[in-house]
Write a protein that binds this ligand. Sequence first.
Ligand code: MRU
Length: 351
Amino acid sequence: MTEQSSEVRPLYWDQDVFMVLDQRLLPGKEKYIACTTAEKAINAIKTMAVRGAPAVGLTGAAAVVLGAKNIVASDIETFLKKFDRLCERVKRARPTGYNLEWAVERMRSVLIENADKDIPDIVGELRKTAEAMIEEDVSINRAMGQWGKVVIPPNGRVLTYCNAGALATGGYGTALGVIRAAWEEGKNIKVFACETRPFFQGSRLTVFELTKDKIPVTLITDNTAGFLMQQRKIDVVIVGADRITANGDVANKIGTYTLAVLAKAHNIPFYVAAPRSTIDSLRTRGDQIPIEQRPAKEVITIGNRYIAPQHTDVLYYAFDVTPSRYISGIITEVGIITKPYKRNIREALQK
Ligand code: MRU
């Protein structure tokens, strides 16, 4: 594994088994789920044992490998048909994050490149690629950190949302990668992490990660953000992304849009950090992004305890869309993309 400043290891291959850290148990317990089949990996995605768009993509690639290994086929045509069905099943595990689609399509292209080989050799190539993608993701995040760290001023107070850290990726993180890079450079920074209801990715995961790295972090409830901005206690907002459309609109954890509007009202720069594998260039606008709705139980319970009457009618979107006009820049592994987004995103994808 590439050297990481964080001790957290979100996912890795142990021989033929794909191991994912069960993030639902954090910060209390560090326990891994051993995925030996595509079903197990898909289930880890659906139940949010693994979450964060890039980590979901890497787990999707692993699901394709595990499923391909178990395909029973006497000829390549049957194998291809079953492989196609497998890919579609993996892609459906979670709808909003684009990295899942991207990773599955990458596995499909490995299959196409190796279609003249024997089936066990094809599976071997898929397995190699799925593992290489993890290391690649860490390098991309580190590159993003190098480009992005300039947006954090000396003594900067950074607000972040959800968890866009090592846990949400192969390692190092996107938004937290930028924060890590600034910290590693010696900048004296302070992070404010929003709790991020209802799954508490901020309090459970972001605070956990940053504390491990000894990066100063203060937890706030989601509804404190506006008040802090009003008091001029935030210098910059940096968040991750689940899907970015060709015009620069960004889907991210529900509540991100609220923060972006608040940041604009207070003249605070609002940055998104994401690898190019989050950019869905075929969708032209944010309103075309499928938004996941999740089970009401995640909203009305904390652990096993009900915090609302059991049969409460709940509306629970897991993501929202921030229009590009609220975004100061999109930090990627090839540089910071700024307005005009349509042209500059197209150019960044060609680099
Ligand atoms: O529902 P989640 O926890 O998968 O949502 C995660 C986010 O919204 C992250 O901000 C996003 O995936 C970027 S992670 C590098």
